[in-house]
Every structure is written in structure tokens, then in C-alpha cells.
Ligand binder design. Structure first.
Ligand code: ADP
Ligand code: MG
Length: 343
């Protein structure tokens, strides 16, 4: 096992009463200071794993160690150094934002003065000072997530567990949360985040494990995972007086580009000629010159790189969106602006 890991998980299994195997023999570790992500569809086992690590749920078998402490043998030691921002938080709607944080501080054994000072600090940190005297019940979705985040930070945790911290939020609130999470990680807090959103994992996490049906199907940096899927794709539209002529030009272009050593194959799609290349940016000038030298007029060109969506597809044979379509209350609202466009 990795020695500078703050979270170590070995052969972890969770079978719920009733028989659902929510976590199916997973092994992974998270380094101190890392921004680590668990990416997977609804029901993959993300929350279950996180609850075990947060000492809120007992595993069926396997081992989980946080900061050197075993989750079953020394849960109190772990609770002191972790913060938990959960999906189904029970925020008190009648308390003001400030009161909520002060209460949290008192629960952690702070004096009234200390708790007050910490609340002020945290309200500023999550940009809620202006609305600190409003009741939490009147907060917007984004504000609620931020006050919840602040609540998880009251005792200065070294590890922060975030269970889908932006699910259900509008794009602007999401970006605000992302900024706060990045800042916390910069301050040295180890971040363990779960998400169903490729772009969230891609934007925030240094390392990602893709979890599906209780198992880790792929693990690595967003870059390395995408690189495993393959290179970039260039889509080229060419001019032609009519459909037939354009198709002839596309076929001519196809034969030409196929000769290039950096091309991994080319095929004709609706939008034009789709060329798979190892390094998109570097090859575009040569592709354009090749076509123009052969009297083919390019009318449009777009370059795209693999997304984590493609990674998920490669390892599971499905898209995350397929799973979201079944029973995920947020999926509907999210899909429109998620930017999960398939290539
Ligand atoms: P995720 O957080 O990735 O959406 P969960 O860890 O919540 O996934 O759930 C994993 C699986 O375990 C799902 O099939 C879910 O229905 C099941 N499950 C979750 N919580 C319970 C529970 N308390 N009792 C029985 N089954 C559960
Ligand atoms: Mg969950």
C-alpha cells in the first residue's frame, strides 16, 4: 500500500441487508493533498463507499484506513479530521446561516467565542457573509450547498468528503462551488469528491476512479484516461456544387489523408470527413495544405479531443447518460447544459 496515502481502501465490499452488492471488492488509495474523484452513474456505489470512509456505515468485508486509522476500530479519531458534505444533508431551515455554523462549532466542542469567530471566517470563505442573517430555508440551491460546505469545514478537517456537491445546481452556482473547492484544495485539504458529471471530474480532479456497478473500471489522471481512449479527431467539410460532387471530393480527401503516417483512419460522416489523428493541433496545418495542394476546398474544420464520456463508454459499453435516464431526478435538468456532447 501507498505510504503517503491518507485514504487506503483494500478489497472493500458492501452488501446491504436484502442482498444488494453496492460495493464489489474495490481497492484504491488517495494521496494527502490530492483532489480525487469518484465518477460514476447513479447507483454505482459512490455514496456507499464514501459513507464507509466517513465512518457512517460499516463495510461487509475488506479494509478502509483514513489517516492511518481503521474505520471500524477507531472511527472517533477519523471523525476529528474529516469533513462531510453530503447529498442528503439535514440543514435546519429555521436557523440562519450564521446560527447553523455556530451550532456546528459548539457541537465540535468550541467555546461560544471561538464558534462565532469561526462562523465569521467561514461565511466569508463561501461568500455568504451578506446573507448570514437570513434563514437557511430561504437560501437558493447554490447557497445551501455553500453553507453545507462551510458546515463541513468548521473543525478544520484535513480530508473533505463531497458527495455530488453540485448535482441539481444551475451552471453559475456550480462554477462558484468549483472555485471554492479548488481554493480549499490549494490550502492543502485532501478532497474526495463523487460526481456523475464528466466535466466536473475533468475540471476539478487530479485523479479519478471510474466506478460502475460497485467496481472500479478505470483509474488515472483525466489526461491519461482520455489518452487511453485514443487521439484527437478532425472533422473536415469540403466544398462541392452538389451532394454528389461533395461526396466525390470527400472520398478523394479520404484517400489522400489516409496516406499520412499520423492518420489513424478516416471515414465519411454526415458533417464531412472524419479523420482520427494522434495529435490534432499539430497535424491540422499539414492536412489543410495537403487538401489545398490537391484542389480540395475546405469550408469548415473542427478539432475535438476525447472526453471522459468516451472513457466511460470504452470501459462500460454505455454512456453515463443512459444510466441517468433511469430514475435520476437531476438528470433531466442537467443534461441540457451539461455539455456531454458525444463526438
Ligand atoms: P451512488 O451513490 O453511486 O448513486 P449508492 O452507493 O447510493 O450509489 O448505491 C449503490 C447501490 O446500493 C444501489 O443499487 C442502491 O440502490 C443500493 N443502496 C444504497 N443504499 C442502500 C440501503 N440503505 N439499503 C439497500 N440498498 C441500498
Ligand atoms: Mg450517491
Amino acid at each position: 500500500m501507498n505510504n503517503n496515502a491518507i485514504i487506503q481502501v483494500e478489497n472493500l465490499v458492501k452488501v446491504y441487508p436484502g442482498g444488494t452488492k453496492a460495493v464489489d471488492n474495490i481497492t484504491f488509495s488517495v494521496a494527502e493533498g490530492e483532489f480525487f474523484g469518484f465518477l460514476g452513474p447513479n447507483g454505482a456505489g459512490k455514496s456507499t463507499t464514501m459513507k464507509i470512509l466517513g465512518t457512517l456505515l460499516r463495510q461487509t468485508s475488506g479494509r478502509a484506513i483514513v489517516d492511518g486509522y481503521d474505520v471500524i476500530r477507531e472511527p472517533q479519531k477519523i471523525r476529528r479530521i474529516i469533513g462531510f458534505a453530503m447529498q442528503e444533508v439535514g440543514l435546519d431551515d429555521l436557523a440562519t446561516g450564521r446560527n447553523f455554523l455556530v451550532m456546528q462549532g459548539l457541537l465540535y466542542g468550541m467555546s461560544r467565542k471561538e464558534a462565532d469567530r469561526r462562523a465569521t471566517e467561514l461565511l466569508d470563505l463561501v461568500s455568504l457573509s451578506d446573507v448570514s442573517h437570513r434563514k437557511v430555508g430561504a437560501y437558493s440551491g447554490g447557497m445551501r450547498r455553500r453553507i453545507d460546505l462551510a458546515g463541513a469545514l468548521v473543525h478544520n478537517p484535513r480530508v473533505l468528503f463531497l458527495d455530488e456537491p453540485t448535482t441539481g445546481l444551475d451552471p453559475q452556482s456550480r462554477l462558484a462551488i468549483w472555485d471554492h473547492l479548488r481554493n480549499l484544495n490549494k490550502q492543502g485539504i485532501t478532497m474526495f469528491l463523487t460526481t456523475q458529471m464528466m466535466d466536473e471530474a475533468d475540471q476539478l480532479c487530479q485523479r479519478i476512479a471510474i466506478i460502475d456497478r460497485g467496481q472500479i473500471v478505470a483509474e488515472g489522471t483525466p489526461g491519461s484516461l482520455k489518452a487511453e481512449v485514443g487521439g484527437d479527431m478532425v472533422v473536415i467539410s469540403v466544398a462541392g456544387e452538389n451532394d454528389e460532387e461533395r461526396r466525390r471530393q470527400e472520398e478523394k480527401a479520404q484517400a489522400l489523408v489516409d496516406e499520412r503516417s499520423y492518420v489513424d483512419g478516416a471515414h465519411i460522416i454526415d458533417r464531412g470527413l472524419c479523420v482520427n489523428v494522434k495529435n490534432g493541433g499539430g497535424t491540422v496545418p499539414d492536412l489543410l495544405k495537403l487538401l489545398s495542394d490537391n484542389d480540395i476546398v475546405v469550408t469548415d474544420l473542427s478539432l475535438s479531443s476525447p472526453t471522459l464520456d468516451d472513457v466511460f463508454l470504452k470501459y462500460t459499453g454505455r454512456t453515463i447518460r443512459d444510466d441517468e435516464a433511469s430514475g435520476d431526478e437531476y438528470g433531466q435538468a442537467m443534461r441540457q447544459w451539461m455539455g456531454l456532447s458525444r463526438r
